[in-house]
Design a protein around this ligand. Structure first.
Ligand code: SF4
Length: 405
């Protein structure tokens, strides 16, 4: 869908005006808060100046500092490596002391041992101090799991995502596969299992038609539509793996879903994440890092960090280094690593973008950029489009009630 048509679709509902690429409609501070209605392009001048003014806004009094959420994405098999499992617990404990964390365990074609997952969750829960800051998610295609095992996980406070659309080994034309009987059994008992539908080039046009069936199967538990390249299993070089969709098709699907299923906006990735960055801030101005930090743990590979594309995660520390590191130093070490790795001046794609402190930017893979044009464009375009749109919504709210941050 053409951007002009998309803006018409959204304006129909909300009367917004979408602006161009470099001419952002509002002045935002590093936290993503609206500070005035002037355009960044017309008042900021050079990028250096923009940084200067944005930095100043971080000292505005009375405005809360946004919280950081650290997401530890764990490929299930990594939990079976004793040293790595220990390192994950060590990292989780260190991060929990400072910020909120989410441990998301992903499994592919092989089913997880639910008892083993439960024991791992118990291990981390033991490290929690008074404020419970760890949230658990188990994400995968539950084909033959028994309802009782799943209910046991719920009782441990683990949320489940039922992956459809793609998983390792899934043929590209099998665009949705639901084991609706299992979903129905669990949903009937009142548990909520959102669908996580990975979108790729081969399935993007069919998904909109499949959503109603999916929602019937999971009793309206909601769904999310992440790009296939946000799966920790996705490797673009594997010829049997489908490619990400192009921007227009993906945006059309997101806009359609946003218009028709707003009641599921608490789980509708990637829109929910972008909304959070606009409402709470996408950048921590004091620590100078994004408010969403992603870690990836793969078997045999230790820890990596990434912004949007796990395939391009950059190695941080290995399991041995982590377990021998003082727990009080790990958080600062991670932030230092993040700042050095994702410094804006290294990122030729995002460093001139006025939305970068809200968006968080894309992974730095400049030397390989030519080979990943589609994911770069698709990820950037949907982020930019929804950030502009959601900021307009927030701006209207700000006009209605200017005392609210
Ligand atoms: S990915 Fe985000 S920061 Fe980078 S150019 Fe696109 S909108 Fe701007």
């Amino acid at each position: 869908m053409e951007p002009a048509r998309l803006s018409n679709v959204l304006q129909k509902d909300d009367g917004i005006l979408l602006e161009g690429w470099t001419d952002s409609p509002l002045s935002l501070d590093k936290f993503g808060r609206i500070i005035d209605s002037n355009r960044l392009g017309s008042i900021r001048g050079s990028d250096h100046q923009a940084d200067h003014e944005v930095n100043q806004s971080a000292t505005l009094e009375g405005l809360p500092t946004p919280r950081i959420v650290i997401r530890i994405h764990i490929v299930y098999e990594a939990l079976h490596e004793d040293l790595l499992r220990l390192a994950i617990v060590h990292v989780a404990k260190a991060m929990m002391r400072r910020e909120r964390i989410v441990c998301c365990i992903h499994f592919g074609s092989s089913l997880p041992d639910i008892g083993f997952v439960r024991d791992f969750v118990r291990l981390i829960r033991k490290c929690q101090e008074k404020s419970r800051r760890c949230h658990f998610v188990l994400s995968g295609h539950f084909c033959d799991t028994h309802a009782n095992e799943i209910i046991e996980l719920f009782d441990y406070g683990v949320n489940l995502q039922f992956v459809v659309g793609w998983w390792p080994g899934c043929p590209p034309d099998m665009y949705v596969s639901l084991q609706s009987e299992l979903l129905r059994q669990i949903a009937e008992l009142g548990y909520r299992i959102p669908l996580r539908c990975y979108v790729h080039k081969e399935n993007v046009r069919q998904i909109a038609n499949a959503i109603p069936d999916g929602l019937r199967a999971n009793y309206e538990s909601g769904f999310s539509l992440p790009l296939i390249c946000s799966s920790p299993f996705y490797v673009s070089k594997h010829s049997e793996n489908p490619n990400p969709p192009n921007s227009e098709d993906y945006l059309e699907l997101l806009v359609h879903s946003f218009e028709n299923y707003r009641q599921h906006d608490d789980v509708m990735e990637p829109i929910v994440e972008l909304t959070e960055t606009v409402v709470h801030g996408g950048w921590h101005g004091v620590l100078d890092v994004p408010t969403r930090i992603n870690l990836l743990v793969k078997p045999g590979a230790g820890f990596g960090v990434y912004l949007q594309l796990p395939e391009y995660a950059i190695p941080w520390l290995n399991a041995r280094d982590i377990t021998s590191c003082d727990i009080d130093d790990l958080f600062d070490d991670l932030l230092d690593f993040y700042k050095k790795t994702f410094a804006w001046d290294k990122n030729g794609f995002c460093n001139k973008c006025p939305w970068r402190h809200i968006c968080g930017g894309l992974d730095y893979v400049e030397e390989r950029l030519k080979s990943i044009t589609t994911p770069y464009e698709t990820v950037c375009n949907h982020r930019l489009f929804f950030l502009q749109f959601l900021t307009h919504l927030k701006y209207r709210e700000h006009l209605a009630n200017p005392t609210r941050p």
